[in-house]
Write a protein that binds this ligand. Structure first.
Ligand code: SF4
Length: 225
């Protein structure tokens, strides 16, 4: 559900952005090369697979997709399984509390997810005009902070959507997550949860999909960084 490039771990050898002339920015984490990012991610993915802690929640997520329960109950089951995936993957990823890089890229959610957030915060989500704009609105929201990002933190953390619970940069460093690095210079190896994501999209295919900012438009859509 992320529009960060899913970098292949066997990707081409490239010079680091620093060496390619990207200006040093004190707010960026220490620059690493694409090779370093690839190696870090490869090692962490191997360790995660050895851990054997992520398989059970993966099955729980798949199982929840096929449960014969109403959409709202299904979403709750999926969020619980996603949280267990999160608990297993987080220690092996670059994702840390206080890092909000991925809150500045598109987060695609569906109407059921939006309604759940709306109920939790007492704000009705906007009705989307057409079908599934989220699948084409990713570029529009790149670099624009999520409506719910406040001072670098998620203000709806307990109620955040599925998309925000299952996205992991598997390198040690979050360097390439920073949206100040142009997308074609980025090199993020995400944890491959494609099968679960596809199942999730198929399960809720009949509902409207959009970016979280489409459902809850930001009042002041500029970066808070
Ligand atoms: S809902 Fe929270 S975690 Fe998700 S993008 Fe928005 S601020 Fe970030």
């Amino acid at each position: 559900m992320s529009d960060k490039a899913l970098a292949s771990v066997s990707g081409a050898v490239r010079k680091s952005p620093e060496r390619e002339g990207l200006r040093a920015d004190p707010n960026l984490s220490v620059p690493i090369s694409k090779d370093e990012a690839t190696l870090q991610a490869q090692r962490n993915i191997d360790l995660l697979n050895l851990d054997d802690t992520i398989d059970t929640p993966r099955y729980e997520f798949m199982d929840a997709l096929y449960k014969d329960v109403p959409p709202r109950a299904k979403l709750n089951l999926l969020k619980k399984a996603a949280d267990r995936i999160n608990a297993a993957a987080l220690p092996r990823s670059a994702c840390r509390s206080g890092c909000s890089h991925c809150c500045n890229i598109s987060a695609v959610i569906n109407q059921v997810d939006a309604d759940a957030i709306g109920r939790a915060i007492g704000i009705k989500p906007k009705k989307l005009k057409s079908g599934r704009p989220g699948l084409s609105s990713r570029e529009r929201w790149f670099g624009i902070p999520c409506t719910f990002l406040v001072k670098g933190r998620c203000s709806i953390y307990q109620d955040r959507p599925i998309a925000c619970r299952m996205m992991f940069n598997m390198a040690d460093s979050p360097y390439f997550c920073d949206t100040r690095i142009p997308p074609d210079e980025s090199h993020v190896t995400m944890l491959n949860l494609k099968q679960l994501e596809e199942g999730y999209v198929k399960t809720f295919i009949d509902y409207d999909w959009g970016d979280i900012r489409d459902f809850f438009p930001p009042k002041n859509p500029v970066s808070d960084r």
